[in-house]
Design a binder for this molecule. Structure first.
Ligand SMILES: [Zn+2]
Length: 276
């Protein structure tokens, strides 16, 4: 089975990246302005006659025919204040993956907004409890807690079992999938730019194409429509970034140890010229 899935984050007013979700230079790269997002939806609608599917369709799906889906990570308040209305204007529904420690925090969804999105037909899923910096480097018990508790919090809010999740920060590994499956997750969305859906311990693993501020309407419409070139291009960019993250993370730790000895790992944040 194949699925072409777009991964968005927040949609904000021009120049107001602080309006919704996590705020940092890294996070802001993934925030689209309302007019940009509207242009994306128009470009997709022009090429797609079918509405996007939802995760439960994938659980029932057996045909190899590709479907397409829209997902939004982090649980920023723009899911409710901007995105849902814009999707519904097309007759579409999306997936909103909520970082549960941030529910009711400023710029994030409230409990009531989560219930409302669900009632309007959107899918609510987990994006972990705390959005760990590098989930794939957590211990299995930490991973298990992140998935189990976040799925429980959302299930309690909605009064029905939540069984969909997305991996925070793109740090996917088989252990991350196993921990999600053991926590009752049935469909796990990653940031791997692939369309082939596979299964780990009864949980469907679904790749996604990451949409950034600079991604053009033409590129997203092409990705949804299954044109290879932009997907391939994104795969290359993404893999390069993933390698830098992995190697960078390990290298950074080795560098600290080389410079300061093992105590550097505990002593935290002292900075020197040679590190900057
Ligand atoms: Zn995230």
């Amino acid at each position: 089975m194949k699925a072409r899935v777009l991964m968005y984050h927040d949609v904000v007013e021009a120049g107001r990246a602080d309006e919704s979700g996590f705020v940092s230079a890294d996070a802001n790269v993934y925030k689209l302005e309302t007019a940009q997002f509207a242009a994306h939806l128009r470009a997709i609608a022009k090429l797609q006659t079918e509405p996007p599917r939802i995760a439960s369709d994938l659980l029932r799906e057996t045909s190899p025919h590709a479907s397409w889906l829209l997902t939004f990570d982090d649980g920023g308040v723009s899911a409710h204040t901007r995105i849902a209305d814009m999707l519904e204007a097309q007759g579409w529904r999306g997936h909103f993956f909520v970082t549960t420690d941030y529910i009711n925090a400023p710029a994030f969804l409230t409990t009531q907004q989560i219930r409302d999105l669900h009632a309007r037909g959107h899918v609510i899923g987990s994006h972990s409890c705390s959005h760990p910096l590098r989930l794939s480097h957590c211990t299995p018990s930490e991973m298990g807690r992140e998935w189990r508790e976040s799925l429980n919090v959302l299930s309690d809010i909605l009064g029905e079992r939540v069984n969909t999740a997305s991996v925070p920060g793109g740090y996917y590994s088989r252990d991350v999938a196993v921990a999600a499956a053991e926590s009752g997750c049935k469909v796990l969305f990653t940031s791997e730019p692939i369309t082939r859906v596979h299964e780990t311990q009864g949980c469907l693993i679904v790749g996604r194409y990451s949409v950034q501020r600079h991604t053009t309407p033409r590129a997203v419409a092409g990705l949804v429509n299954g044109q290879l070139a932009p997907g391939l291009r994104q795969a290359l960019i993404w893999n390069a970034k993933k390698m830098a993250k992995r190697i960078g993370g390990e290298y950074y730790i080795k560098l600290r140890v080389a410079l300061f000895g093992r105590g550097a790992l505990r002593s935290g944040e002292q900075k020197t010229k040679s590190e900057e």
